[in-house]
Structure formats: C-alpha cells, structure tokens
Design a protein around this ligand. Structure first.
Ligand SMILES: [Fe+2]
Length: 215
C-alpha cells in the first residue's frame, strides 16, 4: 500500500509541477505579447486549450474517482475532502475566466484581452497554489486513512478514461524538462514502452505547440 500511495503522490506532484510551470510560461509570454501579433495570440490560445484540458481532467478525475474513496465516512475525513472540493471550485472558476479571455485574445490579439488573460491567470494561480499546497501536505494522510483496496483501485483508474490522444499528450506534458529524480520516479509508474509510444504519437505536435507559444 505504501508503494501505491507513493506512486499516487508522485503523479499528483508531477501534474502540479506541470501546472505551475505552464502558469509561469503563460504569464511570461503575455508580458512579452505585442498587440496585433495574431500568430502569437493564436498560439497562446492553442496552448491554453491543451493546458485547460489537462488541468480540468486532473481535478475532475480526483472528484469523480479519488474523493469518494478518501472522503468515505468510514475514513473520517469528510470535512477535509469537502475543503479540497471547495478549492477545486475556485480553480474551475479561475479556469472559466481565463478560458474566456484567451478565446477573446485569439480573435482580437488586443492588449486589453492579453491583460484580461493575465488577470485570469493570476486568479487561477492563486487558487491552484492554495489547493496544491493543501493537497500535497495532506494527501498521504488522507490516503492512509482510506480503505486500501478501494484506494488502490481508484489510483489505477485515474487517467484511464482519457482518449489515447489525450493520454499521449498528458505524458509529454508531465515529462517535459523533468529533473533526473522525477524522471526516475515516473519510470517506475509508467513503463518505458508506454512512454515511447506516447512520444511517437504526440511528441512532435506537443513540441510544435510549445514552440509557437513561448519561443
Ligand atoms: Fe486537486
């Protein structure tokens, strides 16, 4: 069970790391944005669309699959899990505002919409940072209190309902620029052939979207 929880914690941490990294990149790219640069506006909106899908899938998966297990009345942590859900709602709201701003930026390429996207990212970053710090400090204790078999089944199920294309993109997203220790930890969870196939499927397109947005 310790291994299951450690692997669940590792995946959670790598996802959070990718979210934090991208929030910084979006903010930096918007600071450099020149009004009227339609190519960059489109590229940023495209990149945000992928980021939105990744983050949304992550928190919806937790709500649907993991929370019922760690929030089970028998585990005695209903209030903690309710708080995590409340934090997710703040993320959802931050995402909605930012999504709308990037959609406008895609068509206008205006300084006003770039500023609105930056403001949205600020709200989102605030919500994500609060939630991630809470989750990272409490997830192990919540998992240890949960019913072991149900927890193992939940972790196994997380992310399995994504399409093959989305899964391949997810692998690129969490693997990008990983420090050696994190890469070794990920290798223990996702077999090398699976990572290789994901790279073959999505690697080039992932790199293209990233390059167009930040380069
Ligand atoms: Fe979460």
């Amino acid at each position: 069970m310790t291994d299951t929880i450690t692997q669940g914690e590792t995946m959670n941490r790598l996802i959070h790391q990718a979210v934090r990294r991208d929030l910084t990149r979006f903010t930096d790219a918007l600071q450099r944005f020149n009004a009227g640069d339609r190519a960059r506006a489109t590229a940023l909106a495209d990149a945000f669309g992928h980021f939105d899908t990744m983050l949304t899938h992550h928190h919806e998966g937790e709500e649907r699959i993991l929370w019922p297990v760690i929030g089970d009345p028998g585990a005695g942590h209903g209030e903690d899990v309710a708080e995590l859900t409340h934090e997710h709602e703040r993320i959802v709201s931050g995402l909605a505002g930012t999504r709308a701003a990037f959609a406008r930026l895609r068509t206008s390429a205006s300084a006003e919409d770039a500023a609105a996207a930056t403001a949205g990212l600020g709200v989102l970053r605030d919500a994500a940072q609060t939630h991630f710090a809470h989750e990272e400090s409490e997830l192990r204790a919540l998992c240890e209190a949960a019913e072991p078999q149900a927890l193992a089944a939940a972790f196994k199920k997380m992310g399995r309902d994504a399409s093959p294309a989305e899964s391949a993109w997810f692998m690129q997203w969490i693997s990008e620029d990983l420090p050696r220790d994190d890469d070794a930890a990920l290798a223990k969870i996702i077999p090398a052939p699976v990572r290789l196939i994901a790279r073959l499927v999505a690697g080039r397109r992932y790199a293209k979207v990233q390059q167009a947005a930040w380069s």
